[in-house]
Design a protein around this ligand. Structure first.
Ligand code: 5GP
Length: 191
């Protein structure tokens, strides 16, 4: 039981690659997994709940937490928008004998891997193509043209990082990707 304490599961991908669907699937299959609620400075979307999807905090508070070294990692994921994994969130989840699941961007995932090299499984979810990614983001309907373009540019760059992670799942079929990820996580949790 002790070893499970310090485990971390990272699901990372270019934005819009479908990692959130895979994360939700994995949490249903493995009750030991618990979503790590990040802090973020962007506006809450209508379908989101503060404290559940994110801890939505003002930029000033976020910067104070950076100074206080309260983050395991943080990134300005989009221009002027900060996101970060709180150390206190990881500790809270470990104290419940659960394994935190981090749904975070590529750079943040690389930082967590550097800091916790032993007990991390990082899965990179790769969209079949940039075109498919664009369609998925547009279908979500939550983006303005400007934020859509920013996300596509960032995603194209992030695609080149796939070989920095433990495992890659190509999301051409969500069902298949979920099953592949499930097998990877099963092995990780059993070790
Ligand atoms: P969204 O604004 O669509 O909720 O998320 C934007 C991006 O930020 C996603 O790729 C998401 O995975 C990433 N993200 C969410 N929380 C964190 C975090 O704590 N740290 C980092 N580095 N990225 C995060």
């Amino acid at each position: 039981m002790d070893s499970i304490h310090q485990k971390i599961l990272i699901i990372t991908a270019p934005s819009g690659a479908g990692k959130t669907s895979i994360t939700h699937y994995l949490m249903k299959v493995f009750p030991v997994l618990m979503f790590s609620v990040s802090a973020a400075t962007r506006k809450r979307r209508e379908n989101e709940t503060d404290g559940v999807d994110y801890h939505f905090i003002p930029e000033e508070e976020f910067k104070h937490k950076i100074q206080q070294k309260e983050f395991a990692e943080w990134e300005m994921v989009y221009e002027g928008k900060y996101y970060g994994t709180l150390k206190s969130e990881l500790k809270r989840i470990w104290a419940l004998h659960k394994v935190p699941v981090l749904d975070i961007d590529v750079k943040g995932a690389l930082h967590i891997r550097q800091q916790y090299p032993e007990n991390v499984l990082s899965i990179f979810v790769q969209p079949p193509s940039v075109e498919a990614l664009k369609e998925r983001l547009m279908g979500r309907g939550t983006e303005t043209t400007e934020s859509l373009n920013a996300r596509i540019n960032k995603a194209t760059y992030e695609l080149s990082f796939h070989d920095h992670f433990d495992r890659v799942v190509v999301n051409d079929s969500l069902e298949k990707a979920c099953r592949e990820a499930e097998q990877m996580v099963r092995e990780f949790l059993n070790n």
